[in-house]
Write a protein of this length. Structure first.
Length: 144
């Protein structure tokens, strides 16, 4: 594993900024091919490929923490709303919700959310979900 440093970009060669700029052009769809991106920013393809996997901008959400849970929800009106209300009450910021169609009156749901500002522990949250009407098998799938 390599060593990582946080350095002021003013001491680095300008080409590194251009590699990041080319990558962003590709990621946001402004250009379709590497050759277009490097031409637009003024570097060679070789330079792009040499550095593309080694230079990055810091993540704006560096302090954000995320969790993913799965639950089985009974197919009754308002159950998902109650789960979302619990997440709101503990100050979790919901990122995604994936729900499958109910089979035998139970639907599988996976929710990802930001836990950076949560007022309770993840264990407390899981206990609240366990005690929620119509919720079965709440599981913490991952946390970062």
């Amino acid at each position: 594993m390599g060593k990582y440093y946080i350095v002021d970009s003013s001491i680095l060669p300008e080409v590194l900024d251009k590699v990041i700029e080319a990558r962003m052009l590709l990621l946001n769809g402004e250009v379709k091919q590497v050759s277009e991106a490097v031409k637009k920013v003024g570097i060679s393809r070789g330079t792009y490929y040499k550095y593309k996997d080694y230079v990055f901008l810091p993540d704006k959400d560096l302090h954000a923490r995320k969790a993913v849970i799965s639950l089985m929800l009974h197919h009754d009106k308002g159950i998902l709303s109650e789960v979302l209300q619990i997440l709101s009450n503990v100050n979790a910021n919901i990122l995604t919700i994936n729900q499958n169609i109910p089979i035998h009156n139970w639907a599988s749901v996976v929710i990802s959310f930001d836990i950076s500002d949560m007022k309770y522990t993840i264990e407390d949250l899981m206990e609240m979900l366990t005690n929620c009407r119509g919720v079965n098998h709440p599981q913490l799938l991952s946390i970062e």
